[in-house]
Design a protein around this ligand. Sequence first.
Ligand SMILES: O=c1ccn([C@@H]2O[C@H](COP(=O)(O)O)[C@@H](O)[C@H]2O)c(=O)[nH]1
Length: 475
Amino acid sequence: MNFFDKLNTTISQNQSLLIVGLDPNPEMIPNRYQNSDLMTGLENWLNFVITETADFVCAYKPTLGFYQSLGVPGLELLIKVLKSIPSHIPIILDAKHSDLNTSSIFAHTIFTEWQVDAVTLSPYSGQDHVAPFLVYPDKAAFILCSTSNPSATILQEYPDLKNPFYLKVVEESKNWGTPEQLCLEVGTTNAEILKNVRTIAPERIIMVRSLWAKENTLKPILSAGLNSNGDGLLIPVPQDMLGSENLSQEIQKLRTEINNFRSDFVDNASSCDVWVSNVEIKNNHPHQDLILQLFDIGCIMFGEFVQASGETFPYYIDLRKIISNPQVFNQVLSAYEDILKTLTFDRLAGIPYGSLPTATGLSLRLHCPMIFPRKEVKAHGTRKVIEGNFHPGETIAVVDDILISGKSAIEGAEKIKSVGLNVKDIVVFIDHEKGVKDRLKAQGYNAYSVLTLSEIVNTLYEVGRITEQQFLAFM
Ligand SMILES: O=c1ccn([C@@H]2O[C@H](COP(=O)(O)O)[C@@H](O)[C@H]2O)c(=O)[nH]1
């Protein structure tokens, strides 16, 4: 199970957004653990913390620096602590790793040897530093956006409060990975800062830090940081609480306080000042936000466009652009995935070139092997019609972007069939309608689409993204 699913499962099983820091901080060790030697005392204390909290948290967060500062025994302790954590609870290693040169080897050690689920990273070395952590599809990274340290303000709020650097970090890092893999860390007692981050990152998991440094910050922080479903926010248990002998009761009390706030928050969601789409219509389309984002990034264009068939259409759809916007790309993949999960097949095939990235993304998500029919067969080399490995007799689900006449999808499917494979299902993102699904049916293919063109045009017109003239031109 990937980090995102594991986290969401624990959130709903334990009904908790709380995370616990498992830090062997000699300055915080409770008196009752100080009779034995330091390392034994720390180990016993951390084991007590795990036992008392495992049913009430959604993740654990050991801070690497505390273990490193205890030398070799500290790293040995880390390995023991990681093993003591029940395997269904995600582990976020708080490393604030920042060195580009060691990122690949560090990612390998923490993800494959230590088996942690996520890591915190410093953003200063940019995407090159973060990418080696995201090549592990089941793992995630938290990008440090702001800290509560007063002397950091001069950097974080540079050049001014209108365009502070910490928001630039959020904007930029959103392009580095999908919401499932790329999360944010915000250390602050100032709810305004968290609200600014949430506004531009409504889809991200945010791990909030430092909120206990000032009194009475919990509710403002929850109000600013929860997403519209009342989650998406990880809240640390106060460090002082971890020394208590009544830890289990205290953490449950805090969990209840947070959950009560969450349910009121969701009930009153419409009056809360958090991010919502900038349009509000009744009976909105389930993919309304996605349709608007596709329009806003230029995938749906209106005007006179000549199609491959020679016909002129009042629109052109360019879904190839989604690869440049990981967040939208990710939502598009989820929509395809919902359909593909209902079908039975052995392999996926993408129709080149437009649908190759989509099929690749789906293949990784569904853990399903992929092939593709070549657009043009080369006169040299292997002269293959189909790229990738397969066994004749297998069933292939074809993935394409848009069905206009159905010609491209059928041509691809025929090439796939020519090598002894079967094709029953063709899944596309947009159906131009006008009977193309029936034509495919007549040729033996079931066609499925995420959206129809009229759903897109109606939604865009209803929310005012296109003019009446553009709407009528389409009709
Ligand atoms: O708006 C459009 C129209 C066409 N395409 C490209 O054409 C094929 C679909 O056309 P068929 O007639 O069904 O073969 C599609 O795969 C695109 O490559 C487009 O992108 N946008």
